[in-house]
Design a protein around this ligand. Structure first.
Ligand SMILES: *Cc1c(COP(=O)(O)O)cnc(C)c1O
Length: 483
C-alpha cells in the first residue's frame, strides 16, 4: 500500500545520464549525415539482406537503444530516398534543413496534441496562419490549417466548396440527395490528387472536367468557358475550378488572374493548387507571376517542398473562415468548450479538418521561417529557378540533348537524342539512379518520355547540374552503343 502501481514500468530511463550521452550521439550522427551528404550516393538500391532484416516477429523483449540506433545507421539511413542530397531532382521533394530537424526534435519532446484546447503550440500555428494570410493578401477572417500535404489540402478545398454550393445540410443528406449534379474543372496538367479529392468527397472522378492546356502548359481558358457552358446546357451545376501554381510535370503556372475573373463571373469556387509553387510568393522576382492567387477562395500548398520544412507540412488556407468551420465542426460532448481553463480557445483546429489528434507541424515551420527569414527562403526559391535556366542553357548548347518543354520555373524536361528514345531515356534514368550520381524522374510530354529534373533542394548547385548532364551523356552513349 502507498506504493504506486508499476512504478518500475515507466518508459523513462533509470539512468538519464546514459540516455543523454546516447541522445547526443544520435544527434551528432544525424548532423554528420547532413554535413557530409555530398560524400554519399544520392540513392542506392536496398540489398536483399537489408530488406529482409525488417521481416521479423514483434520483439517481446527490450533491445538496447544504442543497438537499435546502430541498426538505423547501418540498415535504414543509407537506403533512404535521397532528397536531402543536392543531386536529388526527382518528382518534387524538399531538401529539409538542420533547423527543421532540431525543431522537429523539440516538437517530439513536447508531444503536443494540436487538435484543440488552450496552449501555446496552437498560438504558434495561428502565428503561421497570420503569416500565410499576409503572404497571400487574405483577410483576417480567413482560416487555415496544417495538414499532411497538398493532397489533403485539396480535399479540404473541394469539401468546403461543396458546402458552399449545396449548403451545410449536405453534411447530413449527402451529395446524392439533392437535384444538383456538381461538376468541377481543372487542367490536363493538374495533379492527380484533384481527381482523388472528387472521388473521396463522393462527387466522383467523372464530375471533374479535364481542360486541355495551351502551348505554355496553362489551362486553356477559352476551352474552360466552352465546357462550363456545355455543362450548364446539360443541366449540371459547375461549382469549382482548380488552377495550378507550379504544375507537377513542367512547372507551369495557370493564368490565375483570368481564372479568378472567370470564376467570379460564373459563380464558381476558385481553388489554387499551389503545392510547391504558391510559396514563390516569397521570391520577389517570381511572385508577380502568381498574380490572381490573392483572389482565390482557397489555396493548398506545402511547406515541405520549396520552403524546405521537413516532411510533412501541408497547409490549406480558406478565404471564408466561417464556411470552413461549418464544413467540419461537430458538437461532440467530450470536446465540450469552455471560456476558461484548458478547454478554452474555441474554435479549435479540429473544427477545420478531419483530424482530431494533430502533431505540432507548425513548430518546424515557425522555426524555419524565423531562423532563416522569409527573404532567404525567397532567395533559395529564386536560386532553384536560375539553376533551371542554367540547365536549359546547357541543354541548348549540347547537340545530343533536346529540351521537351519550356522552363517556366524550376523544372527542366529534356532527353537524349537517339533512336528508340523513349526506351533509352527510361534506361538512362534508371542508370542515373543506380549510379548514385543524380536522381531525376521521368514524365511524358506530348507523348514523348522526358527526363525530368525538378530543382527544389536548397543544396543543389551548378556542379550538380553539370554532373547530371555529363552522366546523361555518358549513359546515353553507352546504352545506344550496346543496342
Ligand atoms: C506535390 C504536389 C501535390 C501533392 O502534394 P502532397 O504534399 O504530396 O500531398 C499536389 N499538387 C501538386 C502540383 C504537387 O506538386
Amino acid at each position: 500500500m502507498g506504493k504506486p502501481l508499476n512504478d518500475s514500468e515507466t518508459l523513462d530511463p533509470s539512468d538519464w545520464t546514459a540516455l543523454r550521452a546516447q541522445g547526443h550521439q544520435m544527434l551528432d550522427d544525424i548532423l554528420d549525415y547532413l554535413e557530409h551528404i555530398r560524400e554519399r550516393p544520392v540513392w542506392q538500391p536496398i540489398p536483399p539482406e537489408v530488406r529482409a532484416s525488417v521481416e521479423q516477429p514483434i520483439p517481446q523483449k527490450p533491445t538496447d537503444l544504442a543497438e537499435v540506433h546502430d541498426t538505423f545507421m547501418r540498415d535504414i539511413l543509407p537506403f533512404s530516398v535521397g532528397n536531402v542530397h543536392p543531386g536529388f531532382m526527382g518528382w518534387v521533394h524538399g531538401g529539409g534543413t538542420p533547423v527543421g530537424l532540431l525543431a522537429e526534435m523539440l516538437a517530439a519532446g513536447l508531444n503536443a496534441n494540436l487538435g484543440g484546447r488552450d496552449h501555446m503550440p496552437i498560438e504558434v500555428e495561428k502565428q503561421v496562419l497570420r503569416w500565410v494570410r499576409e503572404l497571400f493578401g487574405f483577410p483576417d477572417t480567413s482560416s487555415g490549417l496544417f495538414v499532411t500535404g497538398t493532397s489533403m489540402a485539396n480535399l479540404i478545398g473541394v469539401l468546403v466548396a461543396r458546402t458552399s454550393a449545396l449548403g451545410v445540410e449536405v453534411r447530413h443528406r449527402g451529395v446524392a440527395a439533392g437535384e444538383k449534379r456538381l461538376v468541377a474543372y481543372t487542367s490536363a496538367g493538374a495533379h492527380s490528387c484533384i481527381a482523388q479529392a472528387m472521388d473521396l468527397s463522393g462527387l466522383g472522378i467523372d464530375a471533374l472536367r479535364i481542360i486541355p492546356v495551351n502551348g505554355q502548359f496553362q489551362m486553356d481558358v477559352a476551352a474552360l468557358k466552352r465546357r462550363i457552358a456545355d455543362d450548364r446546357a446539360l443541366g449540371l451545376t459547375p461549382f469549382f475550378v482548380a488552377g495550378t501554381a507550379g504544375a507537377v510535370d513542367v512547372g507551369a503556372i495557370d493564368d490565375l488572374a483570368v481564372l479568378a475573373e472567370l470564376a467570379k463571373e460564373e459563380g464558381l469556387w476558385f481553388h489554387v493548387d499551389g503545392a510547391y509553387g504558391a510559396l514563390a510568393m516569397l521570391a520577389p522576382d517570381i511572385a508577380p507571376r502568381l498574380v490572381g492567387i490573392e483572389r482565390a477562395d482557397s489555396i493548398a500548398f506545402d511547406f515541405h517542398k520549396w520552403a524546405q520544412v521537413p516532411y510533412d507540412a501541408g497547409f490549406i488556407l480558406v478565404r471564408d473562415g466561417r464556411l470552413h468551420y461549418d464544413t467540419f465542426a461537430s458538437p461532440a460532448a467530450y470536446l465540450r468548450r469552455e471560456t476558461r481553463g484548458l478547454a478554452a480557445g474555441s474554435p479549435w483546429p479540429c473544427d477545420f479538418g478531419p483530424d482530431l489528434s494533430r502533431g505540432f507541424r507548425a513548430l518546424k515551420t515557425w522555426f524555419t521561417i524565423k531562423v532563416y527569414g522569409a527573404e532567404k527562403l525567397g532567395r533559395v526559391i529564386s536560386g532553384t529557378c536560375s539553376l533551371a535556366r542554367y540547365m536549359r542553357q546547357r541543354i541548348e548548347d549540347t547537340p545530343m540533348l533536346e529540351l521537351l518543354a519550356p522552363v517556366s520555373l524550376n523544372i527542366v524536361c529534356f532527353r537524349y537524342r537517339c533512336e528508340d528514345a523513349d526506351r533509352v531515356n527510361a534506361n538512362i534514368v534508371v542508370a542515373l539512379h543506380e549510379s548514385g550520381i543524380a536522381v531525376p524522374s521521368t514524365t511524358t510530354i506530348d507523348g514523348r518520355l522526358a527526363i525530368r529534373a525538378a530543382i527544389v533542394n536548397h543544396r543543389t548547385a551548378a556542379a550538380d547540374i553539370d554532373a547530371l548532364i555529363q552522366a546523361t551523356l555518358d549513359f546515353g552513349e553507352t546504352l545506344t552503343l550496346s543496342t
